[in-house]
Ligand binder design. Sequence first.
Ligand code: ADP
Ligand code: ADP
Length: 234
Amino acid sequence: EEVFSLKDVSVYYGKNLAVQSVNLPIYKNEITALIGPSGCGKSTILRSLNRMNDLIPGARVTGDVLYHGEDIYGPTVDPVQVRKIIGMVFQKPNPFPKSIYDNIAFGPRTIGMKGNMDEIVENALRSAALWDEVKDRLKDNAFGMSGGQQQRLVIARSIAVNPDVILMDEPCSALDPVSTFKIEDLMNELKEQYTIVIVTHNMQQAARVADRTAFFTVVSDDEAGSRIGTLVEH
Ligand code: ADP
Ligand code: ADP
């Protein structure tokens, strides 16, 4: 089952074409890796999947980004809603400057999620393989955690609002090897329930975790010296 279908998707930053004419299906309960050299447009394409590009002044997406057959750039679509259903995890772990508990509870509270908050927090932390490590210090500030724990906390935070897809932009490149393997194990567990798209420039990581790999390359430098990337194979 196709969760996303990108049809002739190009992304511009102002007048500069950054990624050209990408056609790519992304399938349910799989890990799809976007791989390629720096500047080839991996992050740009990832951000087109949940309208994160909208937050960059001058960024413009053309073509169709279909999510379960529906154009997520359609006139009636609420981008905030899109970003709730399609979560994003970044390279540098970015917990809120709050307690571990409040990091997880923030999203569910914001959207007025029904249910017992303690249970919501526990379930999200369990899903991110973090519960046993933090259950006795839920009131501690998240900044006291290790980098790998912070990244799993951020993953738990995205899980807490019941997403359908989790996008990860080089989620391990700021982490040590042990934390990296923990996140990779976690991704493998999470794909049973979610669809995962990961940007990486690490071939070994793509080989370890991905069900499918989409290879991007830089096709040319335009007159202004900007790079233009595209998808070469998937
Ligand atoms: P990476 O190659 O790891 O994606 P970059 O150094 O290309 O990292 O980009 C880091 C950040 O800077 C990203 O958020 C990206 O969107 C932004 N960025 C990259 N190129 C430009 C640019 N030409 N102008 C403004 N922001 C940019
Ligand atoms: P990758 O993730 O593969 O390193 P990016 O998607 O970050 O590549 O960047 C693709 C191209 O888009 C690069 O030429 C980069 O400079 C440009 N770019 C990325 N982010 C921005 C931005 N915020 N503003 C302007 N140009 C950007």
